[in-house]
Design a protein around this ligand. Structure first.
Ligand code: AHG
Ligand code: MN
Ligand code: MN
Ligand code: MN
Length: 335
C-alpha cells in the first residue's frame, strides 16, 4: 500500500525542496490545520453540541453572528497566539487587529481569516468552511499595526481553506501549485489526497445568486443571459447552475471540476464594491484559483493586484475557469 503523505511531511518536503516554506511558516500552517480540525469536530457535533443558531451579537460587517462564527474565531486565536510565528491576526469577526500578547514571542507573519464561511448554511447542515491568508509583516519598523495588513493579495505567502463537508478537506498553496489534504479521522491527521489541482479553462457551470438579477450591472446581465440562452444562443452550448452560498464550497467545486463563480457589484448597496471581503475571502481564493490555472478579477482588474485601503473592504468577485472569467471581464471593459 503506498505510504500516505501527511500534511507535516508534505510541508517538510516542500521546505527542503524549494525553500518556499521557512520553518516558521511551516509551523504556522500546521497550527492552522490543527485549529481547523478542532473547528471540524465542533461543526460535526451539530445539535449534539452547543454550536448551532445565532449568538446575540453583531460583527463589524453588521451581520448577526452565529455561535460557530464566534467559536471558530476563538479556536483560531487561541491556537495561533502562543506559537511565536505570528505578529498579529485579523478576522471577519473582529473589528481591529489582534496583536500577539507581550507574554508570547512575536513572529514575522500576519494571519487573516474568515473563521466560518457560509454561516447561513450552519443550521441546515450544508458545507461550510474556514478561509485563511498569510502575509509577511513589514520589517522596516518595530511592532505591528493595522496598516501592515494592507498589502495586495499578490504578496501572500500562503493561502487556503478548510471545507467542513462530507469530508473535512484542507486546500493550500504556498506559491507552488495547489494541494489537497483530507482529514483521516481515525488517525486525526490531514493526508495528501490531491497535488497540483488544475481548473479547466472552459466550463459549462456558473455560480451566482440569481435572485439579485434585477440589481446587476449590464455586463453581468449580458453574460448570464447568454449562458441562459444555451446552445440556441450566442454561446452555442447549454450551461448548468450551482449556488451553495458558502464560498468555500463553490470554490472547492470549481477547483475540482471547473466553473465560474460571481458575486458582482449590484445596485442594492451601490456604495459597496461588492459583498465579499478582499483580505480574507477574495485574496486567498483568488491566489488558489490562479495557482490552479484559473483567473480572478473584480470585473476590471486582477484581484491580487488591488491595493487595499481598509481591513474589511469589500470587492466584486469573478473567479474560476480562465476563458469564462476573461470573457465576462471583457464585457466590463467593452462597456
Ligand atoms: P460569511 O458566511 O463568512 O459571512 O460569507 C458568506 C458569503 C460567501 O460564503 C457566500 O458565497 C455568500 O456570502 C453568499 O451570499 P448570499 O447569501 O447573498 O447568496
Ligand atoms: Mn465568508
Ligand atoms: Mn464568515
Ligand atoms: Mn459573515
Amino acid at each position: 500500500m503506498s505510504q500516505k503523505v501527511s500534511l507535516t511531511r508534505y510541508l517538510v518536503e516542500q521546505q527542503r525542496v524549494d525553500g518556499l516554506i521557512p520553518a516558521q511558516l511551516r509551523l504556522l500552517l500546521e497550527v492552522v490545520a490543527r485549529a481547523c480540525k478542532r473547528i471540524s469536530f465542533a461543526v460535526n457535533k451539530g445539535e449534539l453540541g452547543d454550536v448551532m443558531g445565532a449568538a446575540e451579537t453583531q460583527n463589524v460587517q453588521g451581520e448577526v453572528q452565529k455561535k460557530l462564527d464566534i467559536i471558530a474565531n476563538e479556536v483560531l486565536i487561541e491556537a495561533n497566539e502562543w506559537g511565536g510565528h505570528l505578529a498579529a491576526m485579523a478576522s471577519e469577526e473582529m473589528e481591529g487587529i489582534y496583536v500577539v500578547p507581550n507574554r508570547y514571542p512575536q513572529g514575522e507573519y500576519l494571519l487573516m481569516f474568515d473563521p466560518l464561511d457560509g454561516s447561513s448554511n450552519i443550521d441546515v447542515n450544508v458545507s461550510i468552511g474556514t478561509i485563511f491568508s498569510v502575509l509577511k509583516k513589514p520589517d522596516d519598523h518595530p511592532g505591528v499595526q493595522e496598516a501592515d495588513f494592507l498589502q495586495a493579495g499578490a504578496r501572500q505567502v500562503a493561502a487556503g481553506y478548510c471545507i467542513y463537508g462530507p469530508q473535512t478537506t484542507l486546500v493550500l498553496t504556498v506559491g507552488d501549485g495547489v494541494a489537497q489534504f483530507t482529514l483521516d479521522r481515525e488517525q486525526g491527521s490531514f493526508v495528501l489526497t490531491q497535488e497540483n489541482l488544475r481548473i479547466p479553462e472552459d466550463t459549462k457551470e456558473f455560480a451566482i445568486n440569481m435572485s439579485n438579477m434585477r440589481h446587476w450591472d449590464t455586463p453581468v446581465k449580458r453574460y448570464i443571459d447568454e449562458c441562459l440562452a444555451g446552445k440556441e444562443g450566442p454561446r452555442g452550448k447549454d450551461f448548468n447552475m450551482r449556488w451553495i452560498a458558502s464560498m468555500v464550497a463553490d470554490v472547492h467545486r470549481i477547483l475540482t471540476r471547473g466553473g465560474i463563480f460571481m458575486y458582482p457589484w449590484d445596485k442594492r448597496e451601490p456604495e459597496k464594491p461588492g459583498k465579499l471581503r478582499l483580505m480574507y475571502e477574495a485574496n486567498p481564493m483568488a491566489w488558489l484559483v490562479e495557482q490552479a490555472g484559473g483567473a480572478a478579477t473584480n470585473g476590471k482588474e486582477r484581484i491580487l493586484d488591488i491595493a487595499p485601503t481598509k481591513l474589511h473592504q469589500r470587492v466584486s468577485v469573478i473567479l474560476g475557469s480562465k476563458n469564462e472569467v476573461e470573457r465576462l471581464t471583457s464585457y466590463h471593459t467593452e462597456k
